[in-house]
Design a protein around this ligand. Structure first.
Ligand SMILES: NC(=O)c1ccc[n+]([C@@H]2O[C@H](COP(=O)([O-])OP(=O)(O)OC[C@H]3O[C@@H](n4cnc5c(N)ncnc54)[C@H](OP(=O)(O)O)[C@@H]3O)[C@@H](O)[C@H]2O)c1
Length: 185
């Protein structure tokens, strides 16, 4: 199945880079964010999003809010496993977890928890021959206007098209891919 024929649900989509990505996704899509009535900080909304994820082919776990992105992955994984659902869960990770940054330790530690949860889910999906796949896309700077004032910005950021190309590769690969690291171009 191609990306164009698939239904894609993602967290985010209302603003920032997530809006640019949302606009580039094919037509069958749904966004989960506060603007559409879902707050990642509310556990009951995490349960709702995980339940609704059963209706898509690709679920993009995009928005990072403390440990809630990891919590959402666990909930989505549990639902898909229980229902024997087919499809792809894509987690949006970050280069941030390669570095020790005490000044933003909650941010880095919570982001790192997603890397670990992704590995656990991939291992279980392969080990138990589950009918769906789980993958982490590890990204550098996004080409969002708010990044361009940051000290490490060197003029290169991911475009939405680059993310979609990676999604396509993972979705259409004949082999399960646990993780892709993409450099901004
Ligand atoms: N920024 C970077 O350069 C960079 C680099 C590498 C990886 N990443 C990763 O890429 C992802 C996007 O990062 P970003 O910060 O740049 O986000 P963003 O693209 O600005 O998008 C933020 C989205 O999250 C939603 N959101 C924020 N708080 C929420 C909440 N409590 N509940 C539900 N939705 C919420 C916002 O919508 P509402 O306000 O309508 O809720 C918005 O749609 C993250 O996983 C991040 O770790 C970012």
């Amino acid at each position: 199945m191609s990306l164009e024929q698939s239904s894609i649900f993602m967290t985010g989509g209302s603003k920032g880079f997530s809006r640019l990505l949302w606009d580039c996704l094919p037509r069958q899509k749904k966004s989960f964010c506060r603007a559409t009535g879902y707050d990642l900080k509310r556990d009951e909304d995490i349960v709702k999003m995980a339940q609704e994820s059963l209706n898509c082919d690709i679920f993009i776990n995009y928005t990072h809010v403390d440990f809630q992105q990891t919590e959402l992955l666990y909930q989505v994984f549990a639902n898909w496993k229980q229902k024997g659902k087919k499809g792809l869960i894509v987690n949006i990770g970050s280069f941030a977890t390669y570095e020790v940054k005490p000044e933003v330790k909650l941010w880095v530690a919570s982001k790192y928890s997603l890397d670990v949860a992704n590995q656990q889910c991939c291992k279980e999906a392969i080990g138990e021959k589950l009918p769906f796949r789980v993958c982490l896309l590890k990204l550098g700077f996004l080409s969002a206007p708010e990044n361009q004032d940051k000290p490490h910005w060197d003029g290169r950021g991911h475009s939405p098209e680059q993310i979609i190309e990676a999604l396509q590769l993972v979705f259409q690969s004949s082999q399960a891919i646990d993780e892709i690291v993409i450099r901004p171009s």
